[in-house]
Design a protein around this ligand. Structure first.
Ligand code: NAD
Length: 452
């Protein structure tokens, strides 16, 4: 099939490469010419494991192409995916500017029947708005070309995006048109081979499903974080509690980790947008208000532990803190709403020097940290290091922020020798407190018994 993807970011590029890999001809469009130039030069603008090889193979075979030219992109396809960003607006709702701009661009150009697929995460009713925007453009040029708008939310996880797309748990298709549903089934058949993973429903339910999934996941995180803080006060260990409850199949072991609060490009904005939708419809989801509140508070927990250890915020002045991990989770360079940004901001404001290391997110982190804290403060207090060992050298303590594989099993004796101050703040409960203590290092985890 001939497919166009509008928006060549994490979702658009991964989807495009995976559709190309099963034999489709995919044209990826973006308004960001820097991204398209990079892709046309064989470079990948984001870090996603395996994506470079997948794109290179399919580009060499002529199955994936990149453009900024809307005329070419719309003329190319039978099916057009919209995968542009839907950032939060000032009032928390999803900003549909990019979605509707893409829809208008399609409406201005289509000359034969097509299926338009909303892949971005969009509030219930967006498909109607996309349909209206396309119709309006058709009317302006007295055209009567038929088209269908389908909802197909994406559930891939950054860091495991290719695996998730190639072997999805489910493929949600919201469509009220049998022919469009048939085309979507055909398109996804290669990813649905061992059993039918496609769940067909009406458009509005599909749109809500994506928000419901992310809100549920955010709920689990905030629940565990709040429970961890209670466990700490009670002298219980959240890691033992996690295993104790996760073995119940009604609860399940996944996504039950206490930590520094959820971040990333999806959960914070999707929780906000769903909450706003519920308020707008007079059915406020009170749970979501609490989930957000807990998450905001949790982003400060590690900083509070650090100040507690050193004897107050003033005592941080002139200290040096090593930080391992900057991206919001491992295996991605995505820094959107990363908890590291909050922690570093607070440390810098307290006059604490930060020596941070991340395997891939350093340059994006530098850009955002400069933007948020200013050049002067960053110049004075922030060093982005080339290795984990470099970051800890001579530091007064280490904070583990993102659980990248290379941080999982450090040599604690060596770490103790490198650190000037013997303390680890484990924001992901990655380490065995007894092992850390055996190396003569004070251990502070999230909700760990006797080690906080
Ligand atoms: P992204 O910011 O990485 O990519 C979006 C791209 O769209 C950018 O490259 C931008 O330049 C481009 N764009 C904006 N306006 C455009 C226009 N009018 N025409 C063409 N291109 C345009 O975003 P993302 O992380 O890929 O997310 C895209 C959507 O998918 C969002 O709604 C997000 O919530 C959803 N989603 C994201 C993930 C994820 O893990 N990142 C997972 C599932 C769903």
């Amino acid at each position: 099939m001939k497919i166009t993807i509008i928006g060549t970011g994490y979702v658009g590029l991964v989807s495009g490469a995976c559709f190309a890999d099963v034999g489709n001809t995919v044209l990826c469009l973006d308004v960001d010419s820097r991204k398209i130039d990079m892709l046309n030069a064989g470079e990948i603008p984001i870090h996603e494991p395996g994506l470079d090889k997948l794109v290179a193979t399919n580009a060499a075979a002529g199955r994936i192409l990149f453009t900024t030219d809307y005329d070419r992109a719309v003329a190319h396809a039978d099916v057009i995916f919209i995968a542009v960003g839907t950032p939060p607006d000032e009032d928390g709702s999803a900003d549909l500017r990019h979605i509707l701009s893409a829809a208008r661009s399609i409406g201005q150009r289509i000359t034969r029947p097509i299926v338009v697929v909303d892949k971005s995460t969009v509030p219930v009713g967006t498909a109607d708005q996309v349909r209206a925007a396309i119709s309006e453009e058709l009317q302006k040029r007295n055209a009567t070309t038929s088209f269908t708008v389908v909802s197909n939310p994406e559930f891939l996880k950054e860091g495991a995006a290719i695996e998730d797309f190639m072997r999805p748990d489910r493929i949600v298709v919201g469509s009220d048109d049998p022919e469009a549903t048939r085309i979507m089934r055909q398109l996804y058949a290669p990813f649905s081979r061992n059993h039918d993973k496609l769940i067909h429903m009406d458009v509005r339910s599909a749109e809500l499903t994506k928000y419901a999934a992310n809100a549920m996941l955010a709920t689990r995180i905030s629940f565990m974080n709040e429970l961890a803080n209670l466990a700490e006060a009670l002298g219980a260990d959240i890691e033992a509690v996690r295993m104790g409850i996760g073995s119940d199949p009604r609860i399940g072991p996944h996504f039950l980790y206490a930590g520094m609060g959820y971040g990333g490009s999806c959960f914070p904005k999707d929780v906000k947008a769903l909450l706003k939708t519920s308020v707008d419809h007079g059915r406020t989801l009170h749970l979501l208000t609490a989930i957000e509140k807990v998450n905001e508070a949790q982003k400060s927990v590690l900083f509070d532990k650090i100040t507690g250890h050193f004897g107050g915020v003033d005592a941080l002045r002139g200290k040096t803190l090593a930080l391992w991990g900057l991206s919001f989770k491992p295996n991605t360079d995505d820094m959107r709403e990363a908890p590291s940004l909050v922690l570093i901001g607070k440390l810098i404001a307290a006059g604490c020097k930060v020596r941070a290391y991340d395997p891939v997110a350093t340059s994006e982190a530098r850009r955002l940290l400069l933007q948020e804290n200013g050049e002067e403060a960053c110049g004075r207090y922030l060093t982005l290091c080339d290795s984990a060992a470099d970051a800890v050298s001579g530091a007064d303590a280490l904070a583990l922020v993102t659980e990248w594989k290379e941080f999982r099993a450090p040599d604690f004796e060596q770490l103790a020798a490198s650190l000037a101050g013997k303390a680890i703040f484990d924001g992901r409960n990655l380490y065995d407190p007894a092992l850390v203590a055996a190396a003569g290092i004070a251990y502070h985890g999230i909700g760990r018994r006797g080690h906080n």
